[in-house]
Design a protein around this ligand. Sequence first.
Ligand code: BV8
Length: 237
Amino acid sequence: MVPPSLFVLTGAGLSAESGLGTFRDKDGIWTKFRVEDYATPEAFERDPLKVQGFYNARRRNLQDAKPNAAHKALATLQSTWTSLGGRVTLCTQNIDDLLEQAGAGEVIHMHGELKRAWCLACDSRSPCDEDLGSESECFVCHAVGDLRPDVVWFGEVPYHMDVIGARLASAELFVSIGTSGSVYPAAGFVRMARDLGMTTMEINLEPSDNADAFTATAYGPASETVPAWVEAMMSAI
Ligand code: BV8
């Protein structure tokens, strides 16, 4: 029997226990850094080195981070569903690669990836493990100083919205993991799912801004709640 098609949206709470900061919790990233100074195209235009420094520090922090039990459980769920002819869409707001490190196949990074650089001279995107700055050379066109982090800032259009729309339309269960539900369009996906008649589940440390939109909930640290949910899904097929 083919298992039900799942659409899983993840946020910073999925990677919190891997040591990567969340944004709006107590001591979150946006409580220390103003969005307007670091996560908008205008900020980059105004002071590129300041913005590059912010992402260079987060990229370095990611080098030492490891996937936690929640990343591993989602990778197992996706590979099991695929082996049975089913589909788990892993759509993440996160710019880390911990789901891929945990063995996930397809991961849709709607807000881009910290380990990719975007060349504003030739529009190419390339893997990037190192600091970016005014001396950085494009791996493709060799222009110097035209590389920015390949992440989606506020006011920029999220990536893969067409694929996300198609996957949402064909899913049977929508699960949101580790997100505060405060950034759009991602925060609007649960209402789209409900309008499509889907069962919706929130797995989070605590109720999010969107909590009332969910028909099922599980609260607690992702490294506990996600493996428990995956185990329940696996035993039901
Ligand atoms: C768009 C990448 C149009 C960079 C991010 C004015 C001008 C322009 C746009 C707007 C505007 N006003 C409003 C908007 C829209 C704007 C928006 O939503 N603003 C908000 C603030 C109101 N959105 C945009 O600009 C987007 N673009 O609208 O373009 C468009 C739209 C549709 C179609 C076509 C065109 C672009 C938004 C993307 C911005 N980039 N990130 C970077 O990472 O530096 S967003 C940023 O917030 C984060 O990166 C993250 O991706 C996102 C959501 O945060 P969360 O992941 O939810 O993290 P948070 O800390 O908030 O919550 C963590 C949760 O985890 C908590 O609930 C906590 O309880 C839980 N948790 C903690 N620990 C654990 C845990 N759960 C489980 N276990 C644990 N251990």
